[in-house]
Design a protein around this ligand. Structure first.
Ligand code: ADP
Ligand code: MG
Length: 242
């Protein structure tokens, strides 16, 4: 089954085309990375697919539901951990999770069960009573992902999940993301090549709002005729005509 499909998805801001005729298809259970330098159009793509920003033209489908016509249905199928993590800094980790359970109207037993499950999955035991604002970036991001998972989304969007994290925090977050693989369809954006290569089933490389290639890391290396994914990325991004 196809989890996400876009057809000529386009977003213009005045004379700037942030996303330019994006057409792609992502299978259920896949971990798909959108890779590209700053300004490539990754966040704008996520904003359209999560109904936060209306496309200028084209359309996208989440589990067959249109992001322009079935907005409410799409919102019930997805969750986002945004580029700027959206945790309430003055609340504890537990209170943040309880708050989101409240938003979804979970009654007490379900709320407690869900929080216990996510605390285990994301290994949040040691920080559960700490104020979110006092946590390191890696822990805040983990909390943000736990919050996104409360609604049991079919599709999870992670926008630059490891931006600004140190090497250890990044590697720990990779383990968390790997543990989610197969359970939920994941769209991840990053500008770290090694991250896309390490985690993804397939990778789409964007530049100037366009999708330059879309393949497995091995396929992309082969296409650029190199053993180094980083070299392949540079070749593809620099080689495409502007
Ligand atoms: N709200 C906005 N208004 C005007 N331009 C925007 C807006 N959001 C993004 N852009 C522009 O669109 C392009 C793509 O941005 P973005 O999707 O954030 O890229 P990325 O996430 O890949 O770094 C950039 O040139 C950016 O400046
Ligand atoms: Mg971005």
């Amino acid at each position: 089954m196809i989890a996400i499909k876009t057809e000529n998805l386009t977003k213009r801001y005045g004379s700037l085309t942030a996303v330019d005729g994006l057409s792609l298809s992502i299978d259920e259970g896949e971990l798909f990375s959108l890779l590209g330098v700053n300004g490539a159009g990754k966040t704008t793509t996520i904003k359209m697919l999560t109904c936060l920003s209306a496309p200028t033209s084209g359309d996208g489908y989440i589990m067959g539901k249109s992001i322009t016509r079935d907005t409410q249905k799409v919102k019930s199928l997805i969750a986002v951990s945004p580029q700027e993590t959206a945790v309430a800094k003055a609340l504890s980790v537990r209170e943040n999770l309880e708050f989101i359970c409240g938003v979804h109207g979970f009654e007490r037993a379900r709320r407690e069960h869900k929080i216990a499950e996510l605390v285990r999955l994301m290994s949040l035991e040691s920080i559960i009573e700490r104020k979110a604002g006092k946590l390191s970036g890696g822990w805040q991001r983990r909390l943000s992902i736990a919050m996104a998972l409360i609604s049991e989304p079919q599709v999870l969007f992670l926008d630059e999940p490891t931006l600004g994290l140190d090497v250890i925090a990044r590697s720990e977050l990779w383990d968390i993301i790997r543990a989610l693989k197969g359970k939920v369809t994941i769209i991840l954006t990053t500008h770290y090549m090694e991250e896309a290569e390490a985690l993804s089933d397939r990778i789409g490389i964007m530049r100037d709002g366009r999708l330059l290639v879309c393949d497995t890391a091995a396929g992309i290396r082969k296409m650029a005729n190199t053993d180094s994914f980083e070299q392949a990325f540079v070749t593809i991004v620099k080689g495409a005509a502007r």
